[in-house]
Each structure stands twice: as C-alpha cells, then as structure tokens.
Design a protein around this ligand. Structure first.
Ligand code: APR
Ligand code: PHB
Length: 394
C-alpha cells in the first residue's frame, strides 16, 4: 500500500487533518486501533474556539455545527460564592465560543470522510513506524491477522497520549514536561436542561465544580474529586447532592436532576513533549501535549496543530517548499505553551489544593479578586478563553 501522508489515529486530530488533505487532493490513509463506534463513545469536552470553527468550515464540515452549536458570548466564574461574568464578546472586541460536543465533531468528521471516499482502516493492531528519519518512511500494521506495509512520504502521529508515534522517536531526542495534579474530575452527562445559560466554573472549599452543557436539553457537570475516588461510590443521588452543595444557592436551585447517561473520572495532567517533529514524523494533538480540561483547550490545540501541519504540507506538495517542514514544531509549540499556561492558571485559580498553606490560599483568593476586578485581568482571561490567534506559516 502507498499513500502520501499516513495518519495514525482517527480522533479529531487525525480525521480533521485527513479531511483537509483530502480536499486539497493530498492522498492520505488513516489507521485506527479501535472501531469507529468505540471512538464515538468517548465523551470529551465541548467548547470550540473561533479558530476551530473556522477550520471546520474550511474543511467543509460545518453544516450541523453551524445549525446545532450554541454561541456563548460569556462564561461565569465563582469564588467564595461571588459570581463574576466574563463577557467574552465585549472584552475581546467581538469573539465568542461555540458549544458543540467533541463527539459530534468526530461524528461529522467521520461522515465527511465516508462521503469523500477517504480510506480509514479501523481495528488495526501492532502499528509500527519505520525509518521515520530516513527518506522512505513506512508504517506496518496488522488487520484480521495479516500484516500490511504502508509506504508514505510523511507520517502524522495523531494517536493521542497513549499512542505509538511519540515512542517511535529516540528517547534522547525528546524532552518531556509534566505536571500531574492531585485530583481528578468526576463527570456526569444527563438529558436535563442546563442550570445556567452560560458555563459556570466555580471554586468551593469542598472542591471545584463545572456546569457545562451540550445543548439546551443536555447537561454536563463535573466535580473535583480525590484521585483515590472510585466511580462505584458515586450514585447519581450523591453526585447531584454534592454538586448543589458546592454551588451558589440560586444556581443550585436551578439544577434539574435526572438519570446519568454517562459518569466517569478523569485525572488532570499538563504535558508537553519537545520537539513535535522528528524526520518525516509529525506529532499532532494529544500525542504531543495534554492540558487539564479547565481551559477547554484540548480539542482546540489539536485543531491549531492540524492547521499548521496542513498549511505546511499544502505548500510542500504545491510548491515544493520542503524547508517549511522544519518550522512545524516551533510554530505549534509557541501556541501550545500559551494554552498550557492558561489551562494551568485556570486549574490553579479554581481548584481546592489540600496541600496549600494559609499564605497560598490567600494568594489564590487574591488572584481571583485581581483578575475579576481589573479590566486587564478580565481581558487576559477572555482573550485566552476564546483562543489566541494562529501564527502564520511564513
Ligand atoms: N494505532 C492506531 N491508533 C491509535 C493507536 C495506535 N497504536 N493508539 C491510539 N490510537 C488512536 C486512539 O484509539 C484514538 O482514536 O488514536 C486516536 C487518538 O485520538 P484522541 O486521543 O482523541 O487524540 P486527538 O485526536 O489528538 O484529539 C485531541 O481529543 O483526547 C481529546 O482532550 C483531547 O480534546 C482533545 C482531543
Ligand atoms: C465539557 O462540556 O465537557 C467541558 C466544557 C468546558 C471545559 C471542560 C469540559 O472547560
């Protein structure tokens, strides 16, 4: 088998890159370890920056997103029971975010791939990358017990944090940066109307809470829990009760409870690997970086990596500009680190850290007061939340 770009992983990164390349007439094949339905069963965040929305439109996959996505012009932050609205639109001179679930983004991307005739091979095993630093890289994989060799010009490692692509780069080439937080998020999805029109990020001494949503009839809530917590010990009743306890009274009164459609615990982690390129291999999205979900940046960072790599590959295939390939890592990493910074900042600002002493706690409260009472502080939060600009390739 032969293609121009071998894409490992059919998450949002791989599918979006595949679609953009497909539209530009650049052949690609996607290899995915799981089945399509398994990929779609993963519940992930749901806030799209304008840049992500634009890229979906550029890829020609925006019909459902544009009709069903909810435009949010603001978010709310809460600390010590005080509610502060961050007017994203006003503070950024007109930007907002779109609430549209990552599962739906993935579904739209899969449908578009089917319609365009692009090849995605699901349920492949033992994917291995070969000669990534040579002139003729290739990938081998097993499907239904048979091993296939896929020759290609370039490999896009879109296989998430636990994928094989990053591991194909020699250890001495890579530097890893990591922060593991001492808590996780317990998430619950339910077909109940959201408690508030806009998202609420709330600090409470019992732990952080997020009130999010997928639509006007579907809510997504999260509670900060210790990493030792087990999902079995959280009945729906216990979840709702704890949620209400951590929210201001008038918000708690608006919570509509209902049976959970999904409940899971996710650890929080910040992680970056440098560089994001080695020879003909390019790491994209979660394969190269993880953010804690507090800034809603995971999918959006994947999209900005995809945009950078796509623009470069387009110029490589159209004009032979192979010298641009060496810029991918630096261009992506500058934006990645800023989103890492914001996600880390929001996590530190809004969570309860049991190991913090009295001084640290005063600093946290003062940070909140400063950022939410100063025009500069509010603008800083708003411009990061809606998404920092993409860097041009040249
Ligand atoms: N071979 C083939 N596919 C693999 C392999 C492998 N060895 N390892 C992992 N994969 C697949 C996974 O099954 C998954 O479908 O790669 C895909 C990676 O998808 P994601 O983890 O969703 O990563 P990405 O596409 O970069 O999306 C980033 O999704 O995970 C969230 O928070 C993240 O919102 C962010 C966005
Ligand atoms: C979500 O809806 O799942 C969600 C929204 C915003 C976040 C994180 C998760 O910051």
């Amino acid at each position: 088998m032969k293609t121009k770009v071998a894409i490992i992983g059919a998450g949002p990164s791989g599918l979006l890159l595949g679609q953009l390349l497909q539209n530009a007439g650049i052949d690609n094949i996607i290899l995915e370890r799981q089945s399509g339905s398994y990929v779609l069963s993963r519940i992930r965040a749901g806030v799209l920056e304008q840049g992500t929305v634009n890229l979906m439109r550029e890829a020609g996959i925006s019909d459902r997103m544009d009709s069903e996505g909810l435009i949010h012009d603001g978010i709310e932050l809460v600390f010590d029971g005080r509610r502060v609205r961050i007017d994203l639109k006003e503070l950024t001179g007109g930007s907002s975010v779109l609430v549209y679930g990552q599962t739906e983004v993935t579904r739209d991307l899969m449908d578009a791939r089917d319609a365009s005739g692009g090849t995605t091979i699901y349920e492949v095993a033992n994917v291995q990358l070969h000669d990534v630093n040579g002139s003729a890289p290739y990938v081998t994989f097993e499907k239904d017990g048979e091993t296939t060799r896929l020759d290609c010009d370039y490999i896009a490692g879109c296989d998430g944090f636990h994928g094989v692509s990053r591991k194909a780069i020699p250890a001495e080439v890579l530097t890893h940066f990591e922060r593991v937080y001492p808590f996780g998020w317990l998430g619950l999805l339910s077909d109940t109307p959201p408690a508030n029109e806009e998202l609420i990020y709330a600090h409470h001494e019992r732990g952080f809470v997020l009130c999010s949503q997928r639509s006007i009839t579907r809510s997504r809530y999260y509670l900060q829990v210790p990493l030792t917590e087990r999902i079995d010990s959280w009945s729906d009743d216990r979840f709702w009760e704890e949620l209400k306890r951590r929210l201001p009274k008038e918000v708690a009164e608006n919570i509509v409870i209902g049976p959970s459609l999904e409940k899971s615990i996710a650890p929080l982690r910040s992680y970056v690997v440098e560089p994001m390129q080695y020879g003909k291999l390019f790491l994209v999205g979660d394969a190269a970086h993880i953010v804690p979900p507090t800034g809603a940046k995971g999918l959006n960072l994947a999209a900005s990596d995809v945009k950078a790599l796509y623009e470069i590959l387009k110029l490589v295939y159209r004009d032979g500009r192979t010298e641009l390939l060496a810029r991918y890592s630096q261009i992506s990493l500058r934006r990645v680190w800023k989103a890492e910074r914001f996600s880390w900042f929001m996590t530190n600002l809004l969570h309860e850290f049991s190991d913090r002493d009295a001084f640290d706690k005063r600093m946290q409260r003062t940070d909140f007061h400063y950022y939410t009472t100063s025009e500069a502080g509010l603008k800083t939060i708003a411009e990061n939340y809606v998404g920092l600009p993409y860097e041009p390739i040249e």
